[in-house]
Design a protein around this ligand. Structure first.
Ligand code: 3H9
Length: 693
């Protein structure tokens, strides 16, 4: 019997099966909630029914509340009422889980009598990633099933558990076979029709006598990871309520804590970011039915830090990689680094010895450029020198297969000038990885003036295949993420002459939520590698003089900070004196700055650069820019990224402040401020072909 557009009820042999079918992920939309409501009512009313199976069609069990409905007026049956109906069912209910039972999906399963799951299923309460807490009883029911500690881990960290582990924790009652979920669930339920029933809400065995010290210990353990986020603390408070209050009072507390989060800027930012991340894959002028360019073998040119890291991405997903170098020792060093990195994962228990062998077996080191004729995708990762890259691409043009994708990992050079060295610029694309390339999630796919749409689509797809978030950029100096962050660095360098010292500036950036401040970052990367040249050094800036003094950063034991032999940083009196001398020499008046002023000085220029990037059509939409900064530079996700954050600050305020600081606000920023329109929703009207003069 069809219940509504997304729910169907079938009764056979005394068992009712309610099947939800709402693509893509059976989220709890108004239709799904109505389907559950009416379906359960019908099953309960049917006298021939002795037990009920709840199951989903498609790729997954319910993956949560429908996030796209969050900011709309509520319609349909309220979730809490639906869950109360299921929990109060006079007939036993089993949730048959495949794919992912997440958020409201797992909360639905927790009001059923039993949960059975396929071996590949995952269960979790990941609301924390949206700046929320499980608000449909999850914070009260999960601790009653798995205990407070495991519940805290699942909800405050948000990582789903596999079926096998869920079984061990008591979260699922049985594992079914992978492809007979329904039949196995029915068989399971039939064995339970006469069993005594205890609702989870009435259980106390796992929470009775909980030592309250657990909560502070948990807070302390994760203090660093939780910094700046609001949701973890509310989750902890909700679990505290679960172990100290009767169920109904705990539910009231959960609701208060949920709504507090729901209204917060942090949650709005994280919900925006959830969709922003998924948007990046959608490129308006790339037809969905473009013929795919299959990538079965990859070539990497250059076995340095970048080349090695890039190669690992492909080995990790089972793609064979040929890595090419010019000299044997460089090749050996590169392969040894890859081996060492994998060995590190084995030592930490993150990889099995077998996986280690499999990955290394997929790697073919070679000194012979000609072998690149056998691969489908070639990524060049050599020294950042245009003439060198052009030479390599001219050689590649002769060697590579006709339909091979020729990618450059340049971080700022002109991809079109590189493409012009070949007779096939349509096959050339930028694939800009961020260091460490095997870790950082951002991949900038740089579309040249002549890159074929099919090649762009293939580069985006391969990015996703290796677990990256691929963001599309046009050609310009620095592309999106590096170009955006350059003004922060310039502003930081200028600011230290006006009063705040490097460690004060870094502290303000850490408080804002960055993993590292600009000066600590410079010291880590090395002051010398960002363009200092002893031959042309003119002692005209603090950074130049630090370089001249041999204070190149961590590796030399000193830069802006001094480092001990364990690389622990302390403010450097030498750097401080140098800064003060420079300030005196240049006649800049020093004064105290508030944290807010420091944030404005460093980050408003970044917002301005973002607006320019959009104006020029370098990025196709503002949310792509935010995603690039969060995944490329650790911009705190609870701000939503620079452009979402800017809307919260106020565009007019930013534009005025920029003018006061002597920066020209981008016309787009001014125009949106005047029109009262948000920047984070901006989409470029026409993608520009290229932006380098
Ligand atoms: C919650 O439950 C609150 C409760 O406590 C109740 C409180 C009262 N809603 O990621 P994909 C879309 S909060 C709406 O590319 P995958 C997604 O936008 C929720 N839409 O696929 C995309 O659309 P499009 C807690 C959703 O296979 C499409 O589905 N739950 C939702 O890589 C495919 O998504 C979560 O936080 C949703 N809940 O991964 C789970 N989920 O094709 C969030 C997905 O138009 N979801 N979409 O771009 C996920 O983690 C992953 O999507 C999932 C699938 C693992 C399910």
């Amino acid at each position: 019997m069809q219940i509504n557009s997304v729910a169907e009820l079938d009764v056979a042999d005394g068992i009712a099966t309610l099947t939800l079918d709402s693509a893509p992920v059976n989220a709890l939309s108004a239709a799904v909630r109505d389907g559950l409501d009416q379906g359960f009512r019908a099953a309960i009313a049917d006298e021939t029914v002795q037990g009920i199976v709840l199951i989903c069609a498609g790729r997954t069990f319910i993956a949560g509340a429908d996030i796209s409905e969050f900011d709309k007026a509520p319609t349909g049956a309220p979730l809490h009422d639906v869950l109360a109906l299921i929990e109060g069912s006079p007939k036993p209910v089993v949730a048959a889980i495949h794919g992912t039972a997440l958020g409201g999906g797992l909360e639905t399963a927790l009001v059923c009598d039993y949960r059975v799951a396929t071996p590949s299923a995952k269960l979790g309460l990941p609301e924390v990633a949206l700046g929320l807490l499980p608000g449909a009883g999850g914070t009260q029911r999960l601790p009653r099933v798995v205990g407070a500690e495991a519940a805290l881990e699942m909800m405050a960290i948000g990582k789903p558990v596999r079926a096998k582990d869920a079984l061990a924790m008591g979260l699922v009652d049985a594992i079914t076979s992978e492809d007979a979920l329904h039949a196995d669930a029915v068989a399971f339920l039939k064995t339970k029709l006469d069993a005594p029933r205890t609702r989870i809400r009435d259980r106390t065995d796992k929470i009775a006598g909980q030592d309250p010290a657990l909560f502070d210990a948990f807070r302390a353990k994760h203090a660093r990871a939780f910094k700046g986020f609001r949701a973890p603390e509310n989750i902890i408070k909700a679990v505290e309520a679960a172990v100290t209050l009767p169920f109904d009072q705990g539910m009231k507390r959960e609701a208060e804590l949920f709504w507090e989060l729901f209204r917060s800027r942090e949650s709005a930012a994280q919900r925006y970011f959830f969709f922003a991340e998924r948007q990046t894959a959608k490129v308006p002028d790339l037809a969905a039915d473009l013929p795919e360019i299959p990538v079965k073998r990859v070539g990497v040119i250059g076995a340095g830090t970048m080349g090695g890291g890039i190669a690992m991405n492909f080995l990790n997903v089972g793609l064979p990689v040929t890595i090419v170098e010019q000299a044997q020792d460089a090749l050996d060093r590169g392969v040894a680094t890859i081996r060492r990195n994998y060995q590190g994962s084995v030592d930490k228990g993150r990889m099995s010895a077998e996986q280690f062998e499999q990955r290394m077996a997929l790697l073919t080191p070679s000194l012979d450029f000609e072998v690149l004729g056998e691969v489908d995708l070639i990524i060049e990762a050599v020294f950042e020198k245009l003439s060198l890259k052009q030479e390599i691409f001219a050689r590649l043009d002769k060697v590579a297969k006709a339909d091979a994708i020729l990618a450059t990992n340049t971080s700022f050079l002109d991809v079109d000038a590189i493409a012009a060295a070949t007779g096939r610029p349509e096959s050339v694309v930028g694939m800009h990885f961020f260091s460490p390339a095997n870790v950082m999630k951002l991949l900038e796919v740089v579309r040249g003036a002549e890159t074929d749409p099919q090649v762009v689509a293939a580069a985006m797809a391969i990015g996703r295949r290796i677990g990256k978030v691929a963001v599309l950029s046009r050609v310009c100096d620095g592309f999106i993420a590096n170009r955006m962050m350059a003004p922060r660095m310039a502003a930081a360098q200028a600011l230290i002459l006006e009063g705040p010292l490097p460690w004060e500036v870094d502290r303000v950036m850490l408080d804002y939520g960055f993993p590292m401040g600009p000066f600590a970052m410079l010291d880590l990367v090395g002051l010398d590698v960002i363009g200092w040249d002893a031959a042309t050094s003119s002692s005209s800036s603090v950074v130049e003089v630090l370089c001249e003094m041999g204070r190149w950063g961590q590796k030399k034991g000193g830069g802006y900070y001094d480092y001990d032999d364990k690389r622990r940083a302390a403010p450097s009196p030498i750097a401080e004196q140098l800064i003060r001398d420079f300030a005196a020499k240049t006649g800049v008046t020093q004064r105290a700055f508030s944290d807010e002023e420091i944030v404005a000085r460093l980050l408003y220029p970044v917002v301005n650069e973002g607006a320019r990037i959009l104006e020029e059509g370098v990025a196709i939409r503002a949310s792509d820019v935010d995603v690039a900064l969060v995944y490329g530079y650790g911009w705190p996700v609870f701000t939503g990224g620079p452009l979402f954050w800017a809307d919260g600050v106020g565009l007019a305020k930013i534009a005025d402040a920029l003018e006061e600081m002597g920066h020209a606000p981008s016309p787009l920023l001014r125009a949106l401020a005047e029109q009262g329109k948000p920047l984070h929703q901006y989409r470029s009207a026409a993608p520009a072909a290229r932006v380098i003069e």
